[in-house]
Design a protein around this ligand. Sequence first.
Ligand SMILES: Cc1cc2nc3c(=O)[nH]c(=O)nc-3n(C[C@H](O)[C@H](O)[C@H](O)COP(=O)(O)OP(=O)(O)OC[C@H]3O[C@@H](n4cnc5c(N)ncnc54)[C@H](O)[C@@H]3O)c2cc1C
Length: 222
Amino acid sequence: MNESLIVADVLWHGDEIFEIQFERNGITFMPGDCLALFAEDGRESRPYSMASGCDESIVRFVIRRMNDGVVTPHLATRTPGDYVKCSPPFGWFKPGQCDGAPFVFIATGTGISPFLSYLRTYLDRPPVECLYGVRVLKDTVDIHWLKQQCHVKLCVSRETSTEYFQGRVTDLLEDMPLSKDHHYYLCGLDTMIDETTKWLEKSGVNISNIHRECFFNESYSA
Ligand SMILES: Cc1cc2nc3c(=O)[nH]c(=O)nc-3n(C[C@H](O)[C@H](O)[C@H](O)COP(=O)(O)OP(=O)(O)OC[C@H]3O[C@@H](n4cnc5c(N)ncnc54)[C@H](O)[C@@H]3O)c2cc1C
C-alpha cells in the first residue's frame, strides 16, 4: 500500500547532492532498505535508500539531482510541510549483516546512504574501513561525523585535493584490508561495483562475501 510522508527539511551538500528529511510517520526499516519516492504526477517513482538511523525521529535520503530527471527535480524543490507519495520499505542489501565477520564499506557518491544508515544505527559495530568516492569535495555528506565513526578513506576524482586522495576508489583497492573472511559491501556506480567485484574475486574473495547495490549506470550519469 502506498502512503505519503511529510517533508521536514531539505539540506544541500554541494550543488547537486541534497538531503531530504521526512517526519518518521511510524516507518520501520533496516539499514539498506529503500522506499520508492514518487514524482509529482503520483505515477512514476524511483527507489531511494534510507540514510537515517533506524531509531531517528526523521527519515533521511541523500539524493543526486538529475536536471532532466523525472523524480529528483521534484524532490529537490520540496519545502517543509509538503507531502511526497512513497511505497512501504523494501530491500535486499543488508550492510554489516554478516554474523560478526569483519567487513568493509565501499561507496561512490550517494551510495554512501545505506552505510550512513548502518553507522547511525549500530554505533558500536563499525566496518574495518570505509572507502568513499566523490567527484568534488563539496559532494561529501557528513564527512567529519563519518570520520569519527570509522576509518574512512575519502577519494576525490574530479578536482585537486591536498587533504584527501585524488582519484577513484578503485585506485585504492590494493591498500584495502583484504581477507577471504571479510565481507565487502559495495554501493553506487555500476563501473565501481564491477571493477571492485572483479578485483576481489581475483584476489580470492568468494562472491558470497561480496554484497552489491547499484544506484547508477555510468552512461546515464556522466
Ligand atoms: C535500489 C536503488 C536505490 C537507490 N538509491 C538512491 C539514493 O539513495 N540516492 C540517489 O541519489 N539515487 C538512488 N538511486 C537512483 C534513483 O533511483 C534514480 O535512478 C535517480 O535518482 C534518477 O531519478 P530521476 O527520476 O531524477 O531521473 P531519470 O528520469 O530516471 O533520469 C536520470 C538521468 O538518466 C538518463 N536516463 C534515464 N534512463 C536512461 C536510459 N535508459 N538510457 C540513457 N539515459 C537514461 C536521463 O536522461 C537522466 O539524465 C537508487 C537506485 C536503486 C536501483
